[in-house]
Design a protein around this ligand. Structure first.
Ligand SMILES: Nc1ncnc2c1ncn2[C@@H]1O[C@H](COP(=O)(O)OP(=O)(O)O)[C@@H](O)[C@H]1O
Ligand SMILES: Nc1ccn([C@@H]2O[C@H](COP(=O)(O)OP(=O)(O)O)[C@@H](O)[C@H]2O)c(=O)n1
Ligand SMILES: [Mg+2]
Length: 225
């Protein structure tokens, strides 16, 4: 897939743990305000099934972030019986992208409600509209952007085995989501890459290796917040 184009020699894939340890100093410097509190945001991007949700759980456990999945917020909105629920449901089943104001409102509410100042936001911004509207409405730049690079073949295998009863994890919708990812989401990654903000992760490897390549190194993550 086109993910390879985003890489550059200085962005050699490294496990997530080392990346977070290296960026700790930067995370302590930048300050953005939302809802009267200082907020630090990291975006996690990557194709459907690249392992964003799985690795965000690791990051939450070891680095004290609150994880917000744009997709999960949208699914919760459907299940809440909101007036937009049917429309969101239809868009997700088609593998398309929900209008930005809906997703950004859900993200904004979750950030303001959250009892923490560090948020890892997964599956957002998924297109240029998401990015531009977030920038103008929320007015916060991410500290950096993690890009989970994974082959379509591997992502398809993972999605078909995900078994969470999702209406979009069927082969027809998966193919549409891959197309949307290449056409709409990769340009966002390229935008952040042009600003030197992207950390590319080799997400094709088994999950423990994506987080770190050596189980023994986990002890160094204790106490890092
Ligand atoms: N590195 C990996 N290797 C194999 N399977 C994985 C890996 N990471 C995640 N998975 C599995 O693949 C599926 C998709 O992972 P998930 O984290 O939900 O991806 P995403 O949020 O990017 O769609 C899940 O069933 C998950 O358990
Ligand atoms: N920023 C976003 C994120 C998700 N979505 C929708 O929600 C679906 C599921 O997103 P997700 O992030 O949970 O999917 P995965 O990449 O985790 O498989 C997407 O295919 C879109 O239809 C969206 O419209 N806008
Ligand atoms: Mg996910």
């Amino acid at each position: 897939m086109r993910g390879g184009l985003v890489a550059s020699a200085r962005l050699l894939p490294r496990p997530l743990v080392r990346w977070f340890l290296q960026r700790r100093a930067q995370l302590d410097i930048n300050e953005n305000m939302l809802g009267g509190k200082k907020v630090k945001i990291i975006f996690v991007l990557g194709g459907p099934g690249s392992g964003k949700g799985t690795q965000c759980s690791n990051i939450v456990e070891h680095f004290g972030f609150i994880h917000l999945s744009a997709g999960e917020l949208l699914r919760a909105e459907i299940n809440s019986g909101s007036e937009n629920g049917t429309m969101i449901d239809t868009i997700i089943k088609e593998g398309k992208i929900v209008p930005s104001e809906i997703t950004i409102k859900l993200l904004q509410e979750a950030i303001i409600k959250g009892g923490n100042d560090k948020y890892i936001i997964d599956g957002f911004p998924r297109n240029e509209e998401n990015r531009a509207v977030f920038e103008s409405v929320i007015n916060i730049s991410p500290e950096f952007v993690l890009f989970f690079d994974c082959s379509e073949e591997e992502m398809e295998r993972r999605l078909l085995g995900r078994n969470q009863g999702r209406s979009d994890d069927n082969i027809e919708t998966i193919r549409k989501r891959f197309k949307v990812f290449v056409e709409s989401s990769l340009p966002v990654i390229e935008y952040y890459e042009s600003k030197g903000m992207v950390k590319k992760i080799d997400a094709t490897k088994p999950a423990p290796e994506v987080f770190e390549d050596d189980g023994k190194r986990m002890k160094f993550t204790n106490g890092i917040t």
